[in-house]
Design a protein around this ligand. Structure first.
Ligand code: ZN
Length: 154
């Protein structure tokens, strides 16, 4: 939850109550950076999260589908199943933390790429090649080159 005054992300909840409409939760928050207080309205956990596809279609956030996509990229790689599930949970939590009811596929794809990049180069490139829908061999090669350059720098 971003502070509306200084835009920092960390805040602590000082009070939580159900809003009058009964469908959202009101939270009093205090920014841990500037100390100012603000109120946020949040949807309870059960509310549906939607994914906006590239062609503009909307579909419910499907944990299984995303897990399957990541698992496929991680096939025969040393990435444990639990790690894949953690990544999916993280994506969902981040969307909910930002109070998003809808997320573009790029929101999910970018987060998955970030995580895979830290975990396993091969899984990362596999996922990236599907997700970024590489139009030509050149952009794919660039990505791989960039990756190997970065791992050399580490
Ligand atoms: Zn602040």
């Amino acid at each position: 939850m971003r502070c509306p005054f200084c835009e920092q992300r960390d805040s602590k909840v000082t009070d939580t109550r159900l809003a009058d409409d009964g469908a959202t939760v009101r939270r009093r928050r205090e920014c841990t950076t500037c100390g100012r207080r603000f109120t946020s309205r949040e949807r309870p956990e059960e509310s549906r999260l939607y994914v906006i596809k590239k062609d503009g279609r909307r579909e419910p956030f499907d944990r299984m589908k995303i897990t399957a996509g990541i698992s496929k990229a991680c096939e025969k790689r040393p990435v444990p199943r639990e790690t894949v599930e953690t990544i999916v949970q993280e994506i969902e939590r981040q969307a909910r933390d930002q109070l998003l009811a809808e997320v573009p596929t790029s929101f999910i794809g970018d987060l998955v790429m970030q995580r895979l990049r830290q975990l396993d180069d091969v899984a990362y490139v596999r996922f990236a090649s599907v997700y970024k829908n590489f139009r030509d061999v050149e952009s794919f090669v660039q990505e791989v080159e960039q990756l190997s350059k970065q791992s050399r720098e580490v």
